[in-house]
Design a protein around this ligand. Sequence first.
Ligand code: FES
Length: 148
Amino acid sequence: MKLRVNNKEYSVEVANNPSLLEVLRDKLDLTGTKYGCGEGACGACKVLVNGIPTPSCITPVTSVSGKKVITIEGLAENGELHPVQKVFLEEDVFQCSYCAPGMVITAAALLKKQPDASTQDLIDGLNGNICRCCTYPAIINALKKIIQ
Ligand code: FES
């Protein structure tokens, strides 16, 4: 099947309709997207599918045929990190960083939809992304800096 990922066309052989996450990591070598729970509950594997943060671990790869997939590797544009990537780095928000790709993807989509998101909007919007180091306050405070 053909896949459009990070504005590149790929042609991949897929048997038994694996998850989008498996194809990204194992066939396209895009390992920035992480495997966490495998059940759609932790957010580590989120990618953008037509702009919507989507848990790739429970998304059959065939369901994204003809759609535009953006992974953490494709979020920076023209050599410039996305503002969410920049502020998370500047504010040094993460500890282990395993949740970072999914957190960045979700926050980027949230701020695109709601550029003036309130603190509660940020908390609600990131509700599906779990950080085992519990750096939530640092994440929310960093995002507030790019909203002001
Ligand atoms: Fe997909 Fe947790 S690994 S949501």
